[in-house]
Ligand binder design. Structure first.
Ligand code: NAP
Length: 313
């Protein structure tokens, strides 16, 4: 069976039927990004399409930022069902859609688009994907937890923090290397996460702190879930996300990184008796939510999980 290319280009989109004429099934879904060749999404989504008997396939398209607008128009004209957007396009795609879901509007970025009867609708699955992954891993909802987001100034950290605030988590502590970004986000989220909603005890319900050992030490006793949403942890040479001695046995540690599958943060947290989870589940649930957004029906989760695990391995 002819395989799709590792990544298609804008040139291919300009004559999509010719560029994809060798494919057995029409390519009408894609992940766009730059770089994009590493994306595991095609494996997961093609397994879902096959399991559901939908006669389409999902491919990668590498688009540079200056190619984004034409690329989106070309996909719509070619009859795409929708697409996913990854680095560096999530904020720019937000500006190209006709409407957004509430969560995408609040996050200010779009990573999933559906073409619906001429309209371009943007969604963001980062926050909802985290919520589902946390529920599956720890049998707890974000709304029941006191959460620390490390890396709250980046795209994924912002999405995590917005989701926690929208779910009315018990407490939200935001830390970021560039502290100013965490402060600005806390300020913004104070409109949805009010102290008055709940008995907050002696500590503030929503707080931004510097990403420093002493500040973290002060907060960690009043936190249940620690989310690493920073890019630290992918490289062996990266500094520690947290000093191991600060992790406590009651902590739930969610590392958005999934390569390596057991990060140093996870290994050290487990050594202190904490429960941990890597970011692969978040990727899975993001795929599930995107599928449901495009097709308005339940996704074949177990087939997607198997395909994703195989691709990640
Ligand atoms: P991003 O927008 O570039 O943000 C990077 C974040 O990491 C920022 O908060 C940045 O702080 C921080 N950071 C970078 N280098 C640092 C260092 N040396 N020390 C401390 N902080 C540092 O990236 P992103 O899109 O949010 O992605 C962040 C991570 O989440 C990546 O590992 C990505 O793969 C992962 N992710 C996983 C999923 C999933 O489904 N599992 C989904 C989305 C993202 P500053 O603000 O100070 O620069």
């Amino acid at each position: 069976m002819p395989e799709p290319k590792d990544a298609y280009t804008l040139e291919d989109l300009r004559d999509w039927s010719a560029a994809t004429s060798d494919l057995e099934r029409p390519a009408r879904l894609a992940v766009i990004g730059d770089p994009v060749a590493h994306s595991l999404s095609p494996a997961m989504h093609n397994a879902a399409l096959a399991a559901a008997g939908i006669d389409l396939c999902y491919v990668r398209i590498r688009l540079a930022p200056e190619e984004l607008s034409e690329g989106v128009e070309r996909m719509q004209a070619a009859g795409f069902v929708g697409f996913n957007a990854t680095i560096p396009h999530k904020a720019a795609v937000r500006e190209l859609v006709d409407e957004t879901t509430e969560v995408a509007g609040r996050i200010g970025a779009v990573n999933t688009v559906a073409f619906e009867n001429g309209a371009v609708v943007g969604h963001n699955t980062d926050g909802p994907g985290l919520r589902r992954a946390v529920r599956e891993a720890f049998s707890m909802d974000l709304g029941e937890l006191r959460v620390l987001v490390l890396g709250a100034g980046g795209g994924a950290g912002r999405a995590a923090a917005v989701q926690c605030a929208m779910d009315r988590c018990e407490r939200l502590v935001l830390a970021n290397r560039t502290e100013e970004k965490a402060r600005a986000l806390a300020n913004e989220l104070s409109a949805i996460l009010h102290d008055a909603d709940r008995l907050a005890g002696p500590s503030d319900r929503l707080v931004a702190i510097p990403w420093e050992e002493r500040a973290l030490e002060r907060e960690l006793g009043q936190v249940d879930l620690i989310v690493n949403a920073s890019s630290l942890g992918m490289k062996r040479t990266d500094p520690d996300v947290l000093p191991q001695r600060l992790v406590q046995p009651h902590h739930l540690v969610f590392d958005m990184v999934y390569s390596p599958p057991r990060t140093r943060l996870m290994a050290e947290a487990e050594a202190e008796g904490a429960r941990t989870c890597n970011g692969l589940g978040m990727l899975l649930w993001q795929g599930v939510l995107a599928y449901e957004f495009w097709f308005n029906r339940e996704a074949p989760v177990e087939e997607m999980r198997r395909a994703l695990a195989a691709a990640a391995a």
